[in-house]
Write a protein that binds this ligand. Sequence first.
Ligand SMILES: C[S@@+](CC[C@H](N)C(=O)[O-])C[C@H]1O[C@@H](n2cnc3c(N)ncnc32)[C@H](O)[C@@H]1O
Length: 348
Amino acid sequence: METNAFQQYLIDVIGSGFLALSVALGERTGLLKTMCNLTRAATIQEIAQEAGLKERYVAEWLGAMVAGKIVEVDSQSTFYSLPNQYKSVFESTMINMSLALVMCARQQENLQTCFELDGPCGYSTRDYPDYYPWLNKTRASMVNNILDQDIIPQLEDIQDRLESGVLVADIGCGTGNLTCGLARRFPKSTFVGIDYSPEAVKLAVDTSADNVVNNVSFELCDAEKLPEVWKERFDIIFVHDVIHDVCFPDKILSEIHRTLKDGGIFSLVEVDACASHFESKNNLLAAMAYTFSMHTCLPNSMATLAPTDRRSCWGKKEVTDALNKAGFFILRDVPTMNEPNRHFIMKK
Ligand SMILES: C[S@@+](CC[C@H](N)C(=O)[O-])C[C@H]1O[C@@H](n2cnc3c(N)ncnc32)[C@H](O)[C@@H]1O
């Protein structure tokens, strides 16, 4: 890229970051919802009134939205509207990444100290104030897509087990959205969600109560050391988006192997990022994944002890090696549709 072109590119990148902050603010204040609900173009005063917010701040926000090509305004800057075709996009999960940006920015001072030679190895998402509420909101908006597109279609050959009634664990269940979603779809099976964060487990219990799901329970437990008595306890184990976050993936995989029955099924959804930086060139989504991972997954995976040389943004090859090493037989693995992940279906 020429110097001038690069200068423009940098302006675009940093400008988009600032605009994304305004998008997040629109989500948090309800202004995006107000704009989506407008049936005709409206004035700043009407929009502020409808949203129940201060007019002067709403005016500034609308300025950012118009400059950022999200909201439209007439040449007199009087009537504002959101194009109809944009409205459904604001219901998509990408909006949650704008909230993730705010969450990451809050952690940046901590992250900076982790870079320093004598700084800490990392920090845990358990000490991260807005992580679990964010996870809950994000997953609640995606749960049906993840189940219908990424998980259930790949379980065809074990669907009869789930339908007949088996004991299933969801390890690293987070706020329990997927655990409850699975439990609702397979009412004869019994589901146990396991997570080491008290906040996650509390939110998961609330999710199951809100959704009136009775065949699910949650345990506060470190998956690196599951109870001894759980040897060969589970028929099926699900793990979704967890292993790249943990300090010792080998320990967790070995615990999953120990607690799964012989012939049991292990369904793992794991990050499938480009393992090579070169392959990520010119890919803004990869830049977003690295940045998110750097603020959350990586410090969490390095929080307990000395850093490992494994990257949180790992890919199919490294995951496959780890699974083979743990003794699993991989039946198949397929890319997922909702996130840059891969679904591995294995047998013990
Ligand atoms: C990215 S979240 C995914 C949550 C959930 N599986 C989902 O997809 O919605 C990763 C979860 O793994 C949990 N976790 C990380 N290390 C763990 C460990 N050693 N034992 C139990 N849970 C762990 C975290 O608390 C967090 O809830």
